[in-house]
Ligand binder design. Structure first.
Ligand code: ATP
Ligand code: MG
Length: 582
């Protein structure tokens, strides 16, 4: 190999080294770096015991401070052993100086959460670097002459010329049971003022998704407790179901209800808030706390006030936490609220890093941004512990336009979508799920047999009713059959209305669906349906408790059970009729 020439290294020490010593150092460096290097001496009065050799980005620390650092790390290792003094003595006696290269660079320019650094030539993509002020950053752009780093924190203390140190580690987050019930930022630091969190492990934020062999099909339900979803668009454990809709259509509400419904079901929930108002996150935490859901929930928060890099990394951090539990064989539900803001944060970051903008100014890899995140949700095979991550990504649309860039991307990645509509929301149909446009591609396999049998034709009936509504819009007088069908459809729609924080159990859903589909609620006006349904549930619980218990335990709805429910619903109808007559 050709040798480069004219390279100069500098040795810092208090006393001047002899010519021979300098030549020795030069030979050491020349051999190591395979080029001719000359060594110059510069006086540094602070280095009384030892010297420090700097060659480009390499620093060989042979000073007293270096020795102390080594001692300190040994001490830390020893601190949990009881008989520390003899060991310490031994360590001091055994001490020999080691030469360790540490690569350091310097900041060229900094701004908007991005620092351009030169000198850290061997840094890898995604590696964490530490700036002189203690702030951390991540390598995101490797160029020929410099390196672009995103900064996780305050840029104001980073100046042109400040030193930057490599860590050799990729970005990671501490994980552990201690995180349950806590609110943390995108790097895993607690932000709820409840003190330190004891970590059990450290996981990289970017991890490859489980391979095909490590997975098994989705076959267990992840119940949302919302009748409209569980009956028609069931979600399975390990599925990715998108919640999509305009602003203020109840997207977050569906995710929160699902989290609340996991109480006592041995599911760990993670809510990742990206680019939201801090006040909304506080309110959300209080709501979860009030319903006893914080015990099994972790909130990862990168609110609107935080820098784009923090918002960019937050969902990956949340996913790393989820994976920690999944690989222990647990079931995890993770909500990304929302990925449109995540894409915007990534766009900001990419434009600042000087990457070329593509469609809607997003960079070319914006599809990969979300696909690699959502692919990490899985139902692991039994050999891998059988754990799962179910993802509920949320996307905000503008004026119901699902064909915009980010919505179409995410629709194509996920296993179905729940489409929420402003019009329905304002009509009072809440949750405002558009039954025609929503789908769940794999969840059907995970629906319990009881619920599958009970939900029967509900989707078809609703579709027929909708069609009829369109046709009859202009007709003034309708025949009785059509009128009845319309009323039936309206009744079904009213039954699907559900207030927030009131999840139905599986058996309650079965009772309501069986009663409605056998037209036991036919005689009601749409406005009466909800209170009637509530009373009906109470009545069935008192009249046929053993049947309900059996359905709950076996998750099967036999024909006899179905007949019993229908009979009970009819009894209730007759009873109500006599009450109102009186
Ligand atoms: P944003 O776009 O601001 O994130 P969002 O789509 O997440 O909004 P939410 O914040 O979930 O919408 O809900 C908007 C409002 O609608 C809230 O005030 C919420 O209380 C109300 N809401 C949502 N679902 C229901 C429901 N099922 N019944 C009654 N009110 C509801
Ligand atoms: Mg929301």
């Amino acid at each position: 190999m050709l040798k480069k020439t004219n390279n100069v290294a500098v040795v810092y020490s208090d006393t001047q080294p002899s010519e021979k010593q300098l030549q020795g150092l030069a030979k050491f460096l020349s051999d190591k770096h395979n080029c001719d290097i000359t060594v110059e001496w510069k006086q540094d009065k602070q280095l009384t015991g030892g010297f420090r050799l700097e060659y480009g980005a390499y620093v060989y620390d042979w000073t007293r401070e270096g020795k102390l650092r080594q001692l300190k790390s040994r001490l830390e290792q020893l601190s949990n052993q009881s008989d520390i003094i003899p060991l310490l003595k031994q360590t001091v006696e055994d001490w020999s100086p080691v030469v360790k290269a540490e690569e350091q660079g310097s900041v060229l320019y900094v701004g908007d959460g991005i620092a351009t650094v030169n000198g850290i030539e061997h840094a890898t993509y995604g590696e964490i670097v530490i700036f002189e002020s203690g702030v951390r950053g991540m390598v995101q752009d490797l160029n020929r002459h410099n390196t672009g780093c995103v900064v996780f924190g305050d840029c104001s203390e980073i100046r042109s010329g400040s030193k930057v140190f490599r860590t050799g580690k990729t970005a990671g987050i501490p994980v552990g049971e201690g995180f349950l019930g806590r609110v943390v930022d995108a790097l895993g630091y607690p932000v709820d003022g409840k003190g330190e969190i004891e970590a059990e492990d450290y996981r990289p934020v970017e991890m490859p998704a489980p391979s095909i062999i490590d997975r098994q099909p989705v076959n267990k339900p992840m119940e949302t407790g919302l009748l409209v979803i569980d009956s028609m668009f069931p979600i399975g454990r390990g599925q990715r179901e998108l919640i999509i809709g305009d602003r203020q259509t109840g997207k977050t509400a569906i995710a929160i209800d699902t989290i609340i419904n996991q109480k006592g079901k041995d599911v760990i929930c993670i809510y990742v808030a990206i680019g939201q108002k801090a006040s909304s996150v506080v309110r959300l935490e209080q709501t979860l706390e009030k319903h006893g859901a914080m015990d099994y929930t972790i909130i990862v928060n990168a609110s609107a006030g935080e820098s784009a890099p923090m918002q960019y990394i937050a969902p990956y951090s949340g996913c790393a936490l989820a994976e920690y539990f999944m690989y222990q064989g647990k079931d995890v539900l993770i909500v990304y609220d929302d990925l449109s803001k995540h894409a915007v944060a990534y766009r900001t970051l990419s434009l600042l890093l000087g990457r070329s903008p593509g469609r809607e100014a997003y960079p070319g890899d914006v599809f990969y941004l979300h696909s690699r995140l959502l692919e990490r949700s899985a139902h692991l095979s039994d050999e891998k512990g059988g754990g799962s991550i179910t993802a509920l990504p949320i996307v905000e649309t503008q004026a119901g336009d699902v064909s915009a860039y980010i919505p179409t991307n995410i629709i194509s990645i996920t296993d179905g979508q729940i489409f929420l509509e402003s019009e329905l929301f304002f009509q009072g149909q809440r949750p405002a799920v558009n039954v025609g446009l929503s789908v769940s591609r794999v969840g059907g396999a995970a629906q319990t047999k009881a619920l599958k049998k009970a939900s029967g034709t509900v989707r078809l009936d609703l579709a027929q009713c909708r069609e009829m509504q369109v046709f009859t819009q202009f007709a003034s007088d309708l025949d009785d059959v059509t009128k009845q069908q319309l009323q039936y459809g309206m009744g079904l729609m009213s039954l699907l209305k559900q207030p927030q924080y009131h999840p139905y159990t599986q058996t309650e859903q079965v009772v309501l669906l069986v009663s409605a589909l056998s037209k036991c609620l036919q005689h009601l006006k749409p406005a009466e349906v909800n209170s009637y349904a509530k009373n009906l549930l109470e009545y069935t619980k008192q009249t046929i408790p053993t049947t309900l218990r059996r359905i709950d335990q076996t998750q099967i709805l036999t024909d006899d059970d179905k007949a019993a429910i229908v009979q009970c619903a009819k009894q209730f109808r007759d009873q109500q009729a006599t009450v109102s007559e009186e």
